[in-house]
Structure formats: C-alpha cells, structure tokens
Design a protein around this ligand. Sequence first.
Ligand code: ADP
Ligand code: MG
Length: 623
Amino acid sequence: MLEKQTLGFQTEVKEILNLMIHSLYSNKEIFLRELISNAADAADKLRFEAIAVPSLYENDTELSVQVDFDPKARIVTVTDNGIGMTRQEMIDNLGTIAKSGTREFLASLSQNAARDAKLIGQFGVGFYSSFIVADKVTVVSRKAGVAPEEAVRWESQGMGEFSVENTVKTTRGTEIILHLKEQESEFLDEWRLKTIIRKYSDHIPLPVIMKKKEKDKEENEIVNKATALWNLPKNEIKEEDYNEFYKYIAHDFEAPLLVMHNKVEGNQEYTNLLYIPARAPFDLYQRERHHGLKLYVKRVFIMDDVEQFLPFYLRFVKGVLDCNDLPLNVSREILQHNRQVESIKSGLTKRVLTTLEKIAQEEKEKYEIFWDQFGSVLKEGPVEDTQNRDLIIKLLRFSSTNSGDIKQRVSLDEYILRMKPQQKHIFYITADSFSAAEHSPQLEIFKKQGIEVLLLHDRVDEWLTMHVTEYQGKTWQSVSKGKLDLDEIGESKEEKEEQKKGEKEFKDLIASVKEALGERVQEVRISHRLTTSPACIVIEDHEMGLQMQRILQAAGQVVSQAKPILELNPSHPLVIQLNQQQADKEKLSNWSSVLLGQAILSEGGHLDDPSQFVQQLNKLLIK
Ligand code: ADP
Ligand code: MG
C-alpha cells in the first residue's frame, strides 16, 4: 500500500482558490451545482465505459448522486456511484488545472470582485468552489473495477497543499465531504439544500437523492426532476428551465442570449439544445480552445467538447446534441470521417445561422450584444464555410461613415442599397481604431460626395477583405489604395477639368517634392481625395494595406514594406504657398518631409525618425 503523501497545489490552483473565495462569495451556493455536475459527469463516464466493459457496473446499475448533511458534525456530503478516481487521477484532477490559457486568464483579472465573478464564472469554477463554503474538504473515491483497498482519500484545507492516502471503500464512486466554515450553517438545512438542487440541477439526467426522515423511517427522495431537458416537449419547458440548464452545462452565472431547441426527424434523427452565451469566454481566440457541445447517442452520454458538429467559427455555441443514428461506440476518429456527422453538422450550422439572421432582423438590440461578443469570430465564417458564405456575409456588421457612431453598424446589404448609381465598389478604410478610421484624410472626398465608406477597425477586417473578394457582384475598394476613379465617386465635368488644370499647375512642385523625399516615397502626385487636409499617403491597388502590414509586423513577421505614394491637395493653402516658393530649396525640403510625416501620422502609422520630424517642423515654425 502506498503511504500518505502531501503535495502542493499548482500555482494556478492557489490563485483560483484565493480569487474564488473572495469574488464568488455572493454566489456561494453554486458549489453544490458544481459538485452535482461532476457527479453527473462521473455517471456519464461510467455508462460510457460500461458499454465496452459491462462488469464495471458491479451489479449496481442505478446511477445517482446523494446529498446528505449532518448539523452536529457540520458537514455536507455529496456521494455518487459513478466512475470514481484512482490515486493519480485525484492528484492530477484535484491539484492542477489543465485548461490552456489559465495563466493569461488569471493575469487578466482585476481586483474588482463583481467583474471577476462574471469572468470566473465563464472560466468554469468546478470542484474548487467547495472551498467557498468549506474550510476542509475530504474526497474518498474508488474507481470502477478497482479493489476496495485501493480506494483513495484526498484532503485539503484549500490553502497551499493537499494530502492523498490509500483507504478502504466498498462502494464504487466518489464521496465529497465538506466541512463547513463556521458562518455557513445555512447549508445544514434540508429545505435550503433542496431549493438549491431544484434551482440548478432540476434537469440534469441523473437523480439527486436526499434522505427523508419520517418518524423512525428513513426514505430516499428524488429531489430533482432528473429528466434530460432536451427530451421534453418544448411546450413543457419554461424559459427558466432552459436558462438553468444552460448555467449547468456552461458553468455560467448569466442566462444565455439565445436558445435553440429542435427535434429533427426523418433521414437523420437527432435533438439539439444549443445556446449562445451572453458573454464571450476568455479563451475564444485560442486555437486549441474547447468546443462546447456534449454528444449523446440515444440519451447515453458519449463525450464532451465535440468539435465535429459545428464549424470552428461557431465555437462559441454551447449545448447538447443527442443523436439516434450513431453507434454507441462512436469515437472521435469515427466522427471525423462520417457522412452522417457531416449532414448533422450542416443542419446545425444552418440552424444557428438562420436563427441569428432572424434575431438580426427582429431583435436588433439582442443582435448588437451578440455582435459585440462574437462578431469578430463570425467574420472567420465566410472563409471557412464557403457553402454558407452569403448567409454569413449577411450577418456581418461594420461601422460606417453613414452614422459616425461606432455602435451603429451596417450590413453589406444595407450598404449596397445606399450605393450611388455610378458606384461600382464597396468602399472601405482600415485603421486600428474607430476614430482613426473615421478621421482619415482619405475619406474627405467621399464625405463631400456623400458616398458611404465602411470604417474597418477590427483586426480581422483587412484579412476578410482579402479573402472574401466579392459580394452580390460588388468588389471591395480601399479608399487609400490606387488611383481614384473620378466618375465613380461622382465628380462633375467641371471638377474633373479643375483637377486637370491643377495637375499642370503643380507639375514642377510635384517633381521637386519627389526629389526632396527621394527613396522615402514611391511617387508624389496631386490628390483627388482631399478637401481639408494638405496631404495623405496611399499605396498601389495590389499592395498589402498599411494596417495589415502593421499587424503582421507586430506579430513578428517580415513584411516587405510597400513605399507609400504621397498625394498633395492642390487647393490647400500650404500646398499653394509651397508652389509659389519653390526656389527656397531648404524650405521646400523641410516642408516635403513635414507633409509626408503628418500624412503618415494621420493614417495611424509610425515615423521612422520622429525627432527629425520635430526638428524640421520647428524650423518651419520659427520662420
Ligand atoms: P471540470 O468538471 O470542468 O473538469 P472540476 O474542477 O469540476 O472541472 O473537476 C475536475 C476533475 O476532477 C474532473 O474533470 C474529473 O476528472 C474529476 N472529478 C471531480 N469530481 C469527480 C467525481 N465526483 N467523480 C469522478 N471524477 C471527478
Ligand atoms: Mg466540473
């Protein structure tokens, strides 16, 4: 027999414990939901393994979880006859946190308890929430199929360490004993415990049992409904039931934003109960992030986190999928190359997308919340899922010069409806913030002509324009790329002639500025884009956008930087004055640099030599 070991918690566990005890205090009753949830998971795992090895049931096939309390000993006990844990499993599962991104998550937390409570809820609190109410927790477990003498006892006061030692346990499964803190006597009460169980665990597919004492007799009472919620007819389910079930499977505190519950019959038979959370999880952008679907086959739990039934860009969807036609022994490998799986996936994807479309039309405020939380992820959709490309594009929203308000976003359909008769392209500008985009000098002529421009300030936007090149026959055109098509932006004949005249008049100045700037620019030319700014920079049509260049550089990639084209505004006093005073070579050179510098700055770029820029500016100011 192995001797008693005392081990330290992983650093992250210590931090979580500390945080949880402080920030979740007002939600402390959720410890019971978490422990019952673990018991239900343990029952699911046993049922699953027993498909291949029926002897694991050891003649005890009625799986349940029992909640007891003892006011004298001041303990609450949660006992299940599920899969149980070995010594090593206890050390690993109850001493570390395996979730990737935990460290980053912890670093993102503040000392603001209310905010942290919500975030920590999204993270999933689990077993460690026991320590919100208990100052000592004892776990005794025997793994299914293992001898009674090889059971293990785990104990901790939730400070820095825990102990494990072997013990004897005849019954299979796990018993969790919470030694309640002095101020937590409220949980030593039958009514209180029952209320919590019904509130959070009514619709888990596992009976939660409490002992009922009547006179001298003791009887078992099933406290929850213990029916799998997704199998009930929709008209028997209240919104509250849906919400609590969501909180149970998602370990969330907040109600979900959307519920999708469908029974599909015919070729494929399955039931889905899908949710969209009201808040994005902390690890939404991590590639290895878990998916949120639980797979059941004919009401038997098969596995968690299945990713085969929804595309990656819908990874925020949580819920349950219960299929009738898959074999019980289905594995992740089988799921990967299965036509039935493909067809269910395509059905679920359509369902989520059409639900979102409906919300976008009928409940705009709700859609706003959705878009704020998950919009950036949905933008991966048209590229990943070419089959539903147009449906997804319909759901995308962008800021636009139409409103000048970051929150009032438009769809491409709305944009196309508002296009001018002569307009061929969807015009956009990219920048790293809404206000940088909104104030770009390149927009000036578009504002003057009343042409709407999309203000793209999300990091994925430029990538999107590169990969989704066309929609409803319209292609994208960046307002800071290439030469402007004056007809398309609706310039009149007179305006065009004026432009031509300008080009002649400033021919010499253009040449001198180009000479002064040398290799720093690719070209200098007269601008048709500007009304109030003296200068702006643009790049060639085929070049990578400046914002994209910066993103890639920040990510450590080597980008061959396109040299900018400097455009000057022929109606701006600075440019006119410069044209008249070309003879002063030093002044011309300083002005050229300063104009280029401010054009780069107002576009959100960085100067290669900021102090030189300042010196040149100061020289001009002194004069
Ligand atoms: P999660 O349930 O999200 O994995 P928890 O902190 O709730 O996180 O539990 C950690 C792990 O401990 C579980 O994944 C499971 O492996 C193990 N565990 C907890 N409770 C039980 C139990 N009653 N029976 C068997 N294993 C359990
Ligand atoms: Mg858990």
